[in-house]
Design a protein around this ligand. Structure first.
Ligand SMILES: C[S@@+](CC[C@H](N)C(=O)[O-])C[C@H]1O[C@@H](n2cnc3c(N)ncnc32)[C@H](O)[C@@H]1O
Length: 281
């Protein structure tokens, strides 16, 4: 089959399965299969796909039509203009989380050699971006998932920040060495357990549950991390969280006990997305 017909067939199949952005998605699958840039789809629309390429394309279309996120098929997601490897062991980095990274960079930009702890590092997107854009920043990323840490280490190497990052398997702070950090950052699991089953198929059936489950009210990790951070932060050190769409004010209340100068930042959709504060003592 020639490229333009395969493209049209993919768009039609994805539309029938109610997949968002069928043109972009079918195009992205073709680019992935052929190892080409998007312009190739238009400049070589008479290109004849080999049998293998066509079969591979149909298989990818089927997986997407069944709800699998495209990023788990292509194995990559861009975040903070860096390319991250992703697979089903890790949450796919979200654009909203860039606000968290930018908030920390604004603060860390004033410091050289800042030491940062990223709790629940997943693909390492937050830790690695902070190491990449910070000024000689040292970042420790921890996660309870061994599989996620393997992905994070590969990403650190690919982004050239292996020297500035270390990844440790740990249930929150359990295996964090007893030292003080300038900044603790976290995008923890924050979906209330009962809400998980109501999420889009792409999320609830494919992304790791351990990356989503925030306990009965979604706030378990904010309580535990806020309380334990007190022992791991330098005086006036920064704690920065990403929060769910209706959680900012509740997280502010949790932090108010031990933190001051608490700020809430909105994402591009105007939703309160990031809460930061400095340790009071
Ligand atoms: C919402 S994901 C965030 C991943 C990544 N930081 C990001 O922003 O894309 C939460 C992460 O917390 C990890 N996690 C869950 N429970 C944990 C625990 N008790 N201790 C450490 N990490 C945990 C999950 O494995 C997952 O990678």
């Amino acid at each position: 089959m020639i490229l333009k017909d395969a493209f049209a067939e993919g768009i039609r199949k994805l539309k029938l399965s109610n997949i968002d952005a069928p043109v972009v998605t079918a195009g992205a699958i073709l680019c992935y299969i052929l190892g080409r840039e998007r312009t190739f789809l238009y400049s070589h629309d008479e290109y004849l796909l080999s049998n293998d390429e066509y079969e591979n394309y149909c298989e990818c279309l089927k997986r997407v039509a069944e709800g699998e996120p495209l990023q788990y098929i292509t194995g990559v997601q861009e975040f903070m203009s860096l390319n991250f490897n992703v697979c089903r062991k890790v949450l796919i980095p979200r654009q909203d989380t860039e606000i968290l990274v930018e908030s920390v960079l604004e603060y860390a930009g004033q410091k050289e050699n800042a030491s940062i702890l990223d709790i629940g590092t997943g693909s390492g997107c937050v830790a690695i971006s902070l190491a990449y854009y910070g000024k000689n920043t040292q970042v420790m990323g921890v996660d309870i998932s061994k599989g996620a840490l393997e992905v994070a280490r590969i990403n650190a190497r690919n982004c050239g920040v292996e020297e500035n990052t270390v990844f440790v398997q740990s249930n929150l702070f359990d295996n964090v060495p007893p030292k003080k950090f300038d900044i603790i950052v976290s995008n923890p699991p924050y979906i209330p357990i009962e809400v998980i089953e109501t999420l889009d198929k792409q999320v609830k059936d494919f992304e790791p549950k351990i990356a989503l489950d925030g306990g009965a009210d979604g706030l378990d990790f904010y309580r535990r991390i806020t309380q334990q951070s007190v022992s791991f932060l330098e005086s006036k050190g920064l704690l920065a969280f990403e929060v769910g769409f209706d959680q900012a004010q509740k997280v502010v209340e949790i932090m108010e006990v031990n933190f001051e100068n608490i700020k809430v930042k909105k994402d591009l959709a105007g939703i309160e997305r990031v809460v930061t504060g400095n340790l009071s003592k």
